[in-house]
Ligand binder design. Structure first.
Ligand code: ADP
Length: 550
């Protein structure tokens, strides 16, 4: 039809073009694997991304080819984000915390053509290189001076040096234009059941997700902010922060391998970080360090926490002890990842601190673009009354339609009107204002006498006990009730805590029959490749455990 807006595809390259023109001197600060702090800015990063795009073409990378990375959060990884997707190829971020067998399965499945890696992961690359069926070039993300010695590279054919590749090119390159529905990046889900499956993002889905993530009720970034994503660039594009920073003109601080409390805190303070994002287990390390050393955050004002449930005790500690507002958010790899964020509505502003904490502790309400519903066992939609819990279904322009190579068949379900929804595998209730409270992942649900017990609620209560460092609640078999909750606890160092004392802590906080039947103290709870508690592993470890007979 005539008389309409321009047709311009939503492309990832437009983000770096925008930042280069409008925020050229805004900094990108990285803690390097080489050990030092490196400083660059958007104008330099954009020019190096263009050189890298030419280098990729020289290596024979064609549109839609997969280019893999095994890398921390750093400026070179960011250059790859733009060079690879911007040229029309697909950036495949590999998770270095996976087992080498899983890694080679994923790289083969994705048919990766080139593998870029940080020097930290040299031993991992040495271990898998010979097995990788499709990788033609390996590139060490460093300069000539830091290249591994020849004897260390025997196992790696065709090893190239990143800085050599960049130096060999000039930056005269115009980002190509193509259909916005072209694939841009690929990330595999950890695949708790079956093989890992690939989630393929498009330029369109990525740009739209970035716009939503930048909104004030979500990550809420602006050109005056300094963002430090603790969430890795190797998992779901660091929740979109690698795109959001150039879009908004925010300064970006990339922590590299320094994810311990001390290294993170040093960067927060030296770079004036205002916004950060990560999973609860990372914040635990940081808060522990800050507490032990009697420190404060001088610039941090907002911290997005998600990936697993953030205990309310952590939200109130951040707010009351450090003046940092936690934005509790929920999403998943299949959702790019953001679905909901716990921002207030106007009416909450005049509520009591306790009421506000209860809103902040929910997983939040849907961001524009994500449509949600909950359904019962019969597939019927359930009301948002704060009481009924059901399976969470989502739909929207940055939600998965099918897995890469159609692995696992059609994942969607249809409603009565024929609309397709993605079932998330999470169980939740919604209140009348649309705030979601996740009670469990469906595979972690504890079913006692036919009724559900929410393991997240039980974990949150345990985490509020001052002697508890980490708590997981799992189902164990019970002769009468089928399943009962068992609490598995890691104590804080040097404290004494007994089973009965912890169980008494539940009194009055939940229905009595929800109280865990027993407590097992352990040295550590197994964490997965993205820092989440692995309850499946925990259940395996405790498979011989017997509940005490009453
Ligand atoms: P995986 O856990 O397989 O690595 P994702 O990283 O995509 O996959 O994790 C998505 C899942 O993480 C969600 O389906 C949900 O169960 C859990 N999750 C994410 N954010 C939250 C949150 N704020 N509260 C509770 N659970 C969450």
């Amino acid at each position: 039809m005539n008389g309409l807006m321009m047709q311009q595809p939503l492309l990832i390259s437009s983000l770096i073009v925008h930042a280069e023109r409008h925020h050229p001197d805004r900094e990108i600060v990285s803690r390097r694997v080489e050990g030092d702090i490196h400083r660059t800015n958007y104008v330099e990063l954009a020019a190096r991304a263009r050189r890298l795009a030419k280098a990729l073409a020289a290596l024979g990378v064609a549109p839609a080819d997969r280019v893999a990375t095994l890398a921390w959060n750093g400026y070179r990884h960011m250059e790859l984000y733009y060079a690879v997707s911007g040229s029309g190829a697909i950036l495949h971020t590999l998770n270095p915390r996976l087992h080498p067998d899983q890694l080679s399965y994923i790289a083969d499945h994705a048919e990766d053509q080139v593998l870029f890696f940080d020097m930290t992961f040299l031993p991992l690359v040495q271990a898998v290189a010979a097995r990788l069926k499709t990788v033609k070039h390996f590139v060490a993300m460093t300069d000539r001076a830091h290249m591994p010695a020849a004897d260390a590279t025997g196992a790696i054919p065709n090893l190239l040096c990143y800085e050599d590749l960049i130096e060999a090119q000039d930056d005269h390159f115009v980002w190509p234009s193509f259909d916005e529905n072209t694939a841009s990046s690929l990330c595999y889900t950890s695949g708790t059941t079956g093989n890992p499956k690939g989630v393929l993002y498009s330029h369109r889905s990525t740009v739209l997700h970035t716009m939503a993530a930048a909104l004030p009720d979500c990550l809420g970034a602006s050109a005056t902010d300094t963002i430090l994503p603790v969430v890795p660039m190797f998992h779901v594009n660091a929740w979109g922060i690698v795109y959001l920073a150039p879009m908004t003109g925010a300064k970006l601080v990339l922590p590299g391998p320094g994810l311990d409390g001390k290294s993170l805190y040093a960067l927060f303070e030296s770079e004036g970080v205002t916004i950060s994002a990560g999973v609860p287990t990372v914040w635990q390390g940081l808060l522990g360090y800050v507490e032990e050393n009697g420190l404060k955050f001088s610039t941090m004002r907002r911290s997005a926490i998600g990936g697993s449930a953030c205990p309310p005790s952590m939200i109130s500690k951040f707010l009351n002890d450090y003046g940092v507002r936690v934005i509790h958010a929920w999403g998943m790899t299949e959702m790019s990842p953001i679905g909901t964020a716990a921002a207030f509505k106007s009416k909450h502003l005049t509520q009591t601190p306790a009421q506000r904490l209860s809103i902040m502790s929910t997983q939040g309400r849907a961001v524009y673009g994500v449509d949600m519903r909950i359904v019962g066992a019969d597939g019927q939609e359930l009301p948002w009354d704060g009481k009924e819990a059901g399976d969470v279904h989502v739909r929207g322009p940055w939600i998965l339609g099918s897995y890469f190579k159609n692995e696992g068949g059609d994942p969607l379900v249809k409603d009565a009107a024929g609309q397709a929804w993605f079932p998330t595998g999470d169980v939740a209730k919604f209140d009348a204002d649309g705030y979601m409270m996740i009670t469990d992942r469906s595979k972690d649900v504890i079913k006692s006498g036919g009724e559900w017990i929410g393991s997240i609620d039980l974990e949150n209560i345990a985490m509020a006990h001052p002697a508890v460092a980490m708590a997981a609640c799992i189902a164990v078999a019970h002769p009468k009730w089928d399943e009962r909750p068992l609490l598995v606890v890691v104590k804080k160092p040097g404290v004494d805590l007994r089973r009965d004392e912890l169980l008494a802590f539940y009194e009055g906080k939940i229905a009595k029959w929800w109280t865990p039947d027993d407590v097992v103290f352990v040295d550590a709870i197994p964490l997965g490749a993205t820092g989440k508690m692995q309850k499946i592993k925990l259940r395996e470890q405790l498979k011989d455990y017997k509940l005490p007979t009453a």
